[in-house]
Design a protein around this ligand. Structure first.
Ligand code: CP
Length: 322
């Protein structure tokens, strides 16, 4: 369906959100990422699909996983990468995001990977993009983090298969402020997951349509019963100062994932976390580093997913891409 994210002929042009992406589109990106996994993790077998193309990493917020994996992904597709140095840029003199984007675009950049603190500003960049230029959302405020959503789906698929219809997936933690949850939830719905449970303090649950169709279970032990996938979210510590939780100790007592608690899930349940983790707050070391944790597999999948996304967006009619 044509949208801001799509070319008039229906091909994906920008990736701002997973909300509204068709199931076939998500599945084909996951399948391509799976194919690219070996190349993603071995720089010696880099491709030249994007040779001559320039990717700009435009990160106005800190990042370890997303920024590094976009950089590696771009290089493994043969592209040139510009890691824009916000701290020493004219942004510090007050230049707007849009002007920064337009200036870098004028230098011949092909694709912008953008992380910003404000929700919903990526649409304005997509609208200002020249023909042939794409924008990827690497996290905007609490709005969306679509490549994280895709790498989470790929990780689940690798363990549980492509049919999500019999799966019960539990999201735990600060859903209210989580852009990861706002990408995981639409992706899980579109891929037809059987049941989505959510568990969090009432102060960290959104009251808008974000949780439509989800089953809310207040007690973490009860929420864990029989689940296939436990998706832990980072507790943003500033929420304590805002009075949304009483203390980190209380949070850990009520919502921290310990090995004892995890035994309530299915024996083959997997545990995800987008990182960075607050060890000892939302997740214990023994779970984070334990046999059911797929957290580093998520990170590995991030490179392959970002390759698949950039390859798809920079597809040129007539090019020999899948
Ligand atoms: N998951 C994630 O977005 O991590 P970074 O903030 O380190 O990129």
């Amino acid at each position: 369906m044509p949208s801001l994210q799509h070319h008039p002929d229906g091909r994906l042009r920008h990736l701002i959100t997973l909300d509204g992406l068709e199931r076939q589109e998500i599945e084909s990106l996951l399948e391509r990422a799976q194919q690219l996994r070996a190349v993603a993790l071995d720089g010696r077998s880099a491709l030249d699909a994007l040779r001559g193309r320039t990717i700009v990493n435009l990160f106005f917020e800190p990042s370890t996983r997303t920024r590094s994996s976009f950089q590696l992904a771009a290089r493994r597709l043969g592209a040139e990468v510009l890691n824009f140095d916000v701290a020493h840029s004219s942004s510090r003199k007050g230049e707007s995001l849009l002007d920064t984007f337009r200036n870098l675009q004028a230098m011949g950049s092909d694709l912008f990977v953008v992380r910003v603190a404000e929700s919903g500003v990526l649409d304005s960049l997509a609208a200002a993009a020249n023909p042939g230029v794409s924008v990827v959302n690497a996290g905007d405020g609490r709005s969306a983090h679509p490549t994280q959503g895709l790498l989470d789906m790929l990780t689940i698929r690798q363990h549980k298969g492509a049919d999500f219809s019999a799966l019960t997936v539990l999201l735990v933690g600060d859903i209210l402020h989580s852009r990861v949850a706002r990408s995981d939830l639409p992706a899980l719905r579109t891929l037809g997951v059987g049941q989505i449970r959510v568990c969090a303090p009432a102060t960290l649950l959104p009251t808008d349509h974000t949780l439509d169709g989800c089953t809310q279970i207040d007690d973490f032990d009860a929420a864990l019963e029989g689940v296939d996938v436990v998706m832990m979210l980072r507790l943003q510590r500033e929420r304590m100062e805002e009075g949304l939780i009483s203390s980190l100790e209380d949070y850990h007592r009520n919502y921290g994932l310990s090995p004892e608690r995890l035994r309530r899930a299915k024996p083959d349940a997997i545990v995800t976390h987008p990182g960075p983790m607050n060890r000892g707050v939302e997740i214990d070391d023994a779970v984070a580093d334990g046999p059911q944790s797929v957290i580093l597999q998520q990170v590995s999948n991030g490179v392959a997913v970002r390759m698949a996304v950039m390859e798809r967006l920079l597809y040129r009619a007539g090019a020999n891409y899948p």
